[in-house]
Write a protein that binds this ligand. Structure first.
Ligand SMILES: [Zn+2]
Length: 389
């Protein structure tokens, strides 16, 4: 079978399973589950793959709501990432119900078009994208270690090949002072609230001199115990974001220094705890070009990056730092329908969204076929990857 015939077969197989994929997508939409709790979604998708004849490994790396399935053997290895977690309060307002089922449809379609072709297609069921960095846990479990290309699409209100996704780190700050009677014996106290406020003051000053595409924001979570006690313990939670992973590293140091300086000047002790970093997405140009050509043939023109409209942050960024990856946006609704809104959740169950799911699944499957049939493509993808890092 030549490449065109394999791609046509893959598209046919997506359509053949279309009604079933749509049903799954709507069922997952109707039962939104938060990060690490996606038991219904993960089981529905994994059961479907098994009913279709491929064995599924459940809970890889001990991550209960993750799963992996594979077809083919050897290199190159193409990973298709399926997300399926929802958001508190607004349900499937990120469209993961159409993305997860789309990735499953793409995987089965590639499997059906392999027909003796070398290489591996791996479906990776990825929990906890909205918070918790599930993909980073799967990376630690070795799920991506031999991968040559990691592919997914994200639902949106426009088609965009290389969306700007920001790198993100979160910081937990605690100031430890000494309690004393605020009126009777203030000179014996060490004021942990003043330390925190000085730290926030320094952050405001920092914000004036950082790159305009980067952000620092936070809240105080513990401001002291009572107004007549010099606060001995205060706490805050902050986030820092940038499109540039290296610059984020610099900002992290400068942010911590704001609170270190405040602790020193007030005599408090600082406890600073950094959470897991979500890296910015590095879109692999060679893979993106192949995806755009396939999408074009399916009637979608992938637009250029909209630099003023960052879409947030995703753990796919960490995958894209490790291996060649793409994370394009496919419109499931019309502009403007911002993500994480009730309107987007409503859009994620419409006929328009289900049509887009099939298009996304076909474009992913056909891009995987490009990689498996053209050894030069994986090579170019790795050259781009190593050159850009
Ligand atoms: Zn999302």
């Amino acid at each position: 079978m030549d490449v065109a015939a394999r791609k046509a077969r893959a598209a046919e197989r997506v359509d053949a399973r279309g009604p079933e994929l749509e049903r799954l997508s709507l069922e997952i939409h109707a039962q939104p589950e938060l990060a690490f709790e996606e038991r219904f979604a993960a089981a529905s998708l994994a059961d479907f793959v098994e009913r279709e004849g491929t064995t599924v490994t459940r809970a890889p790396g001990g991550l209960e709501t993750a799963f992996v399935a594979e077809a083919g053997t050897g290199r190159p290895v193409v990973a298709l990432c399926a997300e399926y977690d929802a958001l508190p309060g607004v349900g499937h307002a990120c469209g993961h119900n159409v993305m997860g089922t789309g990735a499953v449809g793409a995987f089965l379609a590639v499997r059906d078009a392999l027909d003796g072709l070398g290489g591996t297609v791996r479906l990776v069921g990825c929990p906890a994208e909205e918070r918790g960095n599930g993909k980073v846990m799967l990376m630690s479990a070795g799920v991506f270690k031999d991968v040559d290309a990691a592919l997914m699409y994200h639902a949106g209100d426009h088609d965009e090949l290389d969306p700007l996704m920001l790198a993100l780190s979160s910081l937990e700050v605690e100031m430890i002072g000494k309690a004393a009677h605020a009126a009777g014996d203030p000179q014996s106290g060490v004021n942990a609230l003043d330390a925190l406020l000085l730290g926030f003051g320094a952050v405001s000053a920092l914000r004036l001199v950082i790159r305009s595409d980067s952000r620092v924001h936070g809240i105080i979570t513990d401001g002291g115990q009572a107004p007549n006690i010099i606060p001995e313990h205060t706490a805050a939670r902050l986030m820092v974001r940038s499109p540039d992973n290296a610059y984020l590293g610099e900002l992290r140091q400068r942010l911590e220094a704001c609170f270190q300086g405040a602790a020193t000047s007030t005599g408090c002790e600082l406890r600073a705890t950094w959470g897991e970093t979500t890296e910015g997405v590095t879109t692999n140009a060679a893979l993106a070009e192949a995806f755009a050509a396939n999408a074009k043939a399916l009637g979608r023109t992938m637009g250029p990056r909209r630099p003023t409209a960052p879409l947030g942050s995703t753990d796919m960024g960490n995958v894209s730092t490790a291996v060649p990856s793409i994370h394009p946006i496919i419109a499931i609704t019309d502009v403007p329908t911002p993500g994480h809104s009730h309107a987007f959740a409503a859009a994620a169950r419409t006929p328009q969204a289900l049509v887009a799911m099939r298009i996304g699944a076909k474009a992913l499957a056909q891009t995987a076929i490009d990689i498996l049939t053209d050894p030069g493509l994986a090579k170019r993808a790795w050259e781009r990857h190593n050159g850009r890092r």
